[in-house]
Design a binder for this molecule. Structure first.
Ligand SMILES: *Cc1c(COP(=O)(O)O)cnc(C)c1O
Length: 384
């Protein structure tokens, strides 16, 4: 059997064994519904509450200000649509950035079709939104700003605190998608001046199908779905108890182990940069090294469309992503790289590697070798 190397943690991380162990009772004999008043229900309710506290503690917020959803996408939708439906149902001006995840961008595009005005902020060549650009885009009728904490393709980190200060100064609600940042940055919405913040579980070694939204106390939201009173009446439907318990455990482990994880992935990322990209004129780094997450690197390979390279690497047991996972398969250039003004030559040939603390330097040497072999054949004009 081929030893496979997994470098796509920004799409999904493995499930931590300890997380699975915490979930097991709720997939087996602890099957109660948290809304039930009997013993089984109350056991499940207590487990959900404990997980909420674990996640809230990791975010530095009160557990009453955290609502569980089915994932990052639903939390983004709840933040944006839920805030507008409760506060500005008749319209207003919205601001987001050109490099957001589809969960945010497509939500805003739908709202624009419904009659809201929308400004999509440009980014610089590293993928950053400048605070000055945000300041200039604000209008008297601006009601909501949404900017991601760190980008899922390039790892670029936004100046969230500065952007948050501008939003606060103008009294405009500020939503941040922190799904990617959560695993590798101390994400603290209160200190960061953030009103609404999205996180999700399967990017931090938890299970898929569970996410959460932090909602600043006092902020009114409207539920997206009609139904029962679960999750402070903001997310109707029986809770995904095992998923929630897993997310809580994943957050508790993250809080303890984040510094160690950062150290490990940083070594691996530096190795890819210094051992492969730096000084290689066939390769081009997308974004910059210093203002990006320690676990994501994105680069383009001259003369090679992303899916071709992705498949060539996959045949050797190396799993990477072409731009964002949701766009894999389509040779459409990434909207993130286009917004950064990446040159035509590099636009359709981007590869994202996203690491986890379980990746070893031996694995990375194998990957570097594989890509060097491929670029060497390219240089000689060979077909793969
Ligand atoms: C993965 C991701 C999402 C979507 O989360 P799901 O749980 O898959 O719905 C949203 N935003 C960013 C930045 C992501 O990386």
């Amino acid at each position: 059997m081929m030893e496979r190397i997994y470098l796509d943690h920004a799409a999904a991380t493995p499930l931590d064994r300890r997380v699975l162990e915490a979930m097991m009772p709720y997939l087996t004999n602890q099957y109660g519904n948290p809304s039930s008043l009997h013993y089984f229900g109350q056991q499940a309710r207590a487990a959900v509450q404990q997980a909420r506290q674990q996640l809230a503690h990791c975010l530095g917020v009160a557990s009453g200000d955290v609502v569980f959803t089915s994932g990052g996408t639903e939390a983004d939708n709840l933040a944006i649509r839920g805030y507008l439906r409760a506060n500005y149902p008749q319209g207003g001006h919205l601001i987001t950035s050109a490099v957001e995840h589809q969960a945010v961008l497509n939500t805003f595009r739908a709202l624009e079709r419904e009659g809201y005005a929308l400004t999509i902020l440009p980014v610089d060549c590293d993928g950053r939104v400048s605070p000055e650009t945000l300041r200039q885009a604000i209008r008297p009728d601006t009601v909501l700003i949404s900017i991601m904490y760190a980008n899922n393709e390039t790892g670029t980190i936004q100046p969230v605190q500065e952007l948050g200060a501008i939003a606060r100064e103008r009294g405009i609600a500020f939503h941040v998608d922190a799904v990617q940042a959560f695993g590798y940055l101390p994400v603290h919405p209160i200190e960061d001046g953030v009103d609404l913040l999205t996180v999700c579980s399967h990017k931090i070694y938890g299970p898929k199908g569970i996410g959460a939204l932090y909602i600043r106390k006092g902020l009114q939201l409207a539920s997206e779905a009609y139904g029962g009173p679960q999750e402070h009446r903001l997310r109707a439907g029986t809770e995904n108890v095992a998923g929630i318990v897993g997310f809580g455990m994943a957050a508790a482990l993250l809080e303890k182990e984040r510094p160690e994880r950062i150290q490990k992935v940083r070594i691996v990322k530096d190795l890819v940069y210094h051992g492969l990209i730096e000084g290689n004129d066939l390769l081009h780094l997308n974004g910059n090294l210093s203002q990006s997450l320690p676990n994501i690197i994105d680069f383009s390979v001259d003369g090679m469309e992303s899916p071709v390279l992705l498949i060539a690497l996959d045949r050797q047991g190396i799993a990477v992503s072409a731009g964002s996972a949701c766009e894999a398969g389509a040779v459409e250039p990434s909207h993130v790289l286009m917004a950064m003004g990446v040159g035509e030559k590099w636009l359709r040939s981007s590869i994202r590697m996203s690491f986890g603390p379980e990746n070893t330097t031996e694995e990375i040497y194998t990957v570097i070798q594989a890509i060097q072999d491929i670029t060497r054949s390219l240089r000689k004009g060979e077909r793969l």
